[in-house]
Design a protein around this ligand. Structure first.
Ligand code: FAD
Length: 416
């Protein structure tokens, strides 16, 4: 079988030519310096021509702009808004609802994650949870009011589920209340870890209806009196992503109830899909690790030779490439099942837990290639590694995703 060429896979970051003092140019010239796309399996060949071109445009932008321009904001815990505006122009605010193929969506999320995991998280939650749920469960009025701005990435949203006292046990323990009084919902409670909580225009708040004890969703403009958010500072990962503590004591009209979300089971499919999306983040993160470590191995000389010529360094690079290949293949098939509407919670939980575990292992191997520079965010790899720690912890912690998979495998819940 011949493999069609895929022009979409030629993107590579701008890198200064290595200043080499070693006389051993021959070895250095044999080493790849990162000119090839790290998707060793070339999944993009399954896209049609139009989507390949869109992916290429996104990869070019992500490597040329997002990758370098996210480093300083990451160090300063700031949101680079101009990059969001441009991502909106590239259509990244609506890939979950604009008819894009499931594979294009996955590869687009990986391309973003390869450049910066915080912005990838923001765009992922925006598409999977804000846009996706407003589109699928919102009333015609809610869709008309919120979707146009969300789709352009001009309206930013926050998904407010986790609470200070309830993380892993949120479905059981959620304590924020919603009471319908005189035609208005009174929402009261506290939320924690809410991405974009202090920056967003719209909050999708999950609260327990005091009348029937069901968990329901509410679309809340963040400028209503009684919505108060304070940024969580000094995170060691995803530092661009603005997480917040949110204090709620507010009233919204009866029409703010997300029409189709009258019990928590309504979001089951969205939470399952968003677990699978994290698998694509793990793919992109490992592509970044591979890019950085491979370039460094070509550029850094020790003992008069590039370190990429040493067996142990090649072993580390090969292990990262292997983990990345396994992750890519897994997500390729998960996405195919998703497109056939056959994504199960077992597959999604295994994608999230297994691939973030592999990403963590890859981060450790890739950092080692950079020696001391492996702990400097200016060499990027420390930024990627720190971000992977956060990705490992959210969308259901690593352990909880294993337990969800364990429950599906054995039929017995370990949650008690
Ligand atoms: C960077 C980041 C962004 C996030 N963004 C959002 C967001 O936008 N919106 C939102 O709603 N939430 C968000 N979260 C919250 C995230 O979903 C929670 O952090 C996650 O669900 C874990 O909850 P927790 O931190 O309270 O940990 P806990 O639930 O307290 O768990 C602590 C540890 O105990 C383990 N554990 C808990 N229960 C069990 C058990 N029964 N058996 C074995 N082990 C167990 C867990 O695996 C974990 O290792 C975000 C979190 C982070 C870190």
């Amino acid at each position: 079988m011949t493999t069609p060429t895929t022009p979409g896979y030629s993107a590579s970051p701008d890198r200064a030519a290595p200043s080499r003092t070693s006389p051993d140019r021959a070895i250095a010239d044999q080493l790849h310096s990162g000119d090839e796309h790290p998707d060793l399996l070339d999944l993009a060949r399954h896209l049609d021509e139009g989507e390949r071109r869109r992916l290429q445009a996104l990869e070019d932008f992500a490597q040329r702009r997002i990758r370098p321009e996210s480093i300083e904001p990451w160090n300063r815990e700031q949101l680079p808004r101009q990059l969001l505006t441009e991502l909106g122009r590239l259509g990244l605010g609506e890939i979950s609802v604009d008819g894009s193929s499931a594979l294009f969506q996955g590869l687009a999320h990986a391309a973003l994650a390869r450049a910066d995991l915080s912005l990838s998280t923001l765009v992922g939650i925006h598409n999977e949870l804000l846009v996706g749920l407003t589109d699928s469960l919102g009333s015609p009025q809610q869709r008309a009011a919120w979707l146009p701005g969300l789709r352009r990435l001009e309206t930013l949203g926050a998904f407010c589920l986790t609470e200070p006292d309830h993380g892993s046990d949120i479905a059981r323990g959620l304590a924020t209340t919603a009471s319908l009084q005189d035609g208005q919902w009174h929402l009261q409670g506290k939320k924690r870890w809410i991405g974009m909580g202090a920056v967003a225009d719209l909050a999708l708040v999950w609260a327990r209806d005091t009348a029937d004890d069901q968990i329901k969703g509410f679309l809340v403009p963040t400028d209503v009196p009684g919505y108060r958010a304070e940024g969580i500072r000094q995170k060691t990962g995803l530092r661009i992503m603005q997480n917040a503590e949110v204090d709620l004591d507010l009233r919204v009209p009866e029409s703010a109830l997300l029409a189709g979300a009258t019990s928590f089971s309504a979001v089951h499919a969205a939470l399952r899909d968003s677990r699978a999306w994290v698998g694509w983040q793990a793919v992109g993160a490992q592509q970044a690790l591979f890019d950085i470590a491979r370039s460094y191995a070509a550029e850094r000389d020790q003992f008069g030779r590039p370190i990429g010529s040493f067996q142990l360094v090649q072993s580390a690079l090969a292990q990262v490439a292997g983990n990345m290949g396994v992750s890519t293949a897994f997500m390729g098939e998960v996405t195919r099942l998703q497109a056939e509407d056959r994504l199960t919670m077992l597959r999604a939980s295994l994608a999230k837990s297994t691939l973030t575990r592999l990403a963590r292992e890859s981060a450790s191997l890739a950092r080692e290639v950079l020696g001391g520079n492996g702990i400097l965010s200016s060499h990027e790899i420390a930024k990627v590694a720190a971000d992977i720690e956060a990705v490992h912890a959210y969308e259901g912690s690593y352990g909880i995703n294993l337990l969800i998979a364990g429950r599906e495998i054995t039929g017995i819940s370990a949650f008690g």
